[in-house]
Design a protein around this ligand. Structure first.
Ligand code: PAF
Length: 287
């Protein structure tokens, strides 16, 4: 496929299996990027990296109802398939898997569910009960359908990344995860499909999340309490930010660290701006 032409859109599981089997039979490695569409520069970083590490790229676009709770933003989640195909075509992506809900869940909501366990009930999981079971179940299904050599996941969704890696290890899934760094706006705001819902004041206030993470990173050499206090100071100054949590977790367990923890840690933050929930994170070094 020449760059600039639209990807082949596969709508069925059978069509994906056939296309990927034929690529595999020709000796080509497959790099897969699962998305819910509404693609932005953060997603483009995935497909650009995918081009460097494998032969054939495939992106799925599927807004997975199983990972949205009652009253969440499933209906208002942006759906921009036409623009997405244009963007992926411009980056030379040859295949898009864009199934319907009926194609993914032909017998209704999945009866077999991958449990995200205890970590799946913390942080994002506490705010969105069942969310990570829905994510892991659809990711397991998608990996079984595409059977890629490599799958890309973003550092932006740090808890999701942790849980997907655990699932891959726990269930011996034959795929390697390539982690894609967070892409940020000039003022530090992490790119997210939900940023488009922010009004001008909320957009300005949203940069407080990355400012708080930076403050924690700068203070971290002085220990956990100093890092948490620095973040708190940054967040308290912005009334439009309705903080859900700011935590510092051990990257190996995703549990909160205590003040004996030294070295690498992940600072994670979630807040609501109006009705829009944003998350962000940064690797810090506790002294
Ligand atoms: O990160 C996302 O966009 C979604 O959670 C994913 C991994 C595509 C599963 O629906």
């Amino acid at each position: 496929m020449s760059e600039g032409s639209r990807p082949v859109v596969l709508e069925t599981v059978a069509a994906v299996r056939e296309a990927m089997a034929s690529e595999r039979a020709s000796g080509r490695s497959i790099v897969y990027t699962p998305t819910m569409g509404a693609l932005h520069a953060g997603h483009i970083a995935h497909v650009d990296r995918a081009a460097e590490i494998g032969d054939v790229r495939i992106v799925s676009i599927f807004v997975n109802p199983m990972q949205f709770g009652a009253g969440e933003d499933l209906d208002r989640y942006p759906r921009t398939l036409d623009d997405d195909l244009e963007n992926l075509g411009a980056r030379g992506v040859p295949y898009v898997f864009a199934p319907s809900v009926a194609e993914m869940y032909p017998t209704g909501p999945s009866q077999t569910v991958v449990s995200a366990g205890k970590i799946g009930t913390l942080y994002e999981g506490a705010a969105r009960p069942g969310h990570f079971d829905g994510v892991l179940t659809v990711v397991a299904k998608l990996l079984n359908i595409v059977q890629p050599d490599v799958v890309t996941f973003g550092q932006k969704d740090a808890q999701q990344l942790f849980l997907v890696r655990r699932m891959i290890t726990d269930l011996n899934l034959p795929v390697r995860v390539e982690v894609i760094p967070i892409v940020r706006e000039d003022d530090g705001l992490a790119l997210s499909s939900r940023n488009r819902f922010l009004d001008a004041n909320q957009r300005r206030a949203a940069r407080t999340l990355s400012i708080a993470l930076e403050a924690a990173a700068s203070a971290a050499e002085r220990g956990l309490d100093a890092a948490l206090a620095a973040a708190q100071g940054a967040l308290m100054g912005e009334p439009l930010v309705d903080l859900d949590y700011f935590k510092i977790v051990d990257p190996a367990t995703f549990l909160p660290v205590d003040d004996r923890h030294k070295g690498r840690a992940t600072a994670i933050v979630a807040a609501k701006l109006g009705s829009t929930r944003l998350i962000d994170n940064e690797m810090i070094h506790l002294g």
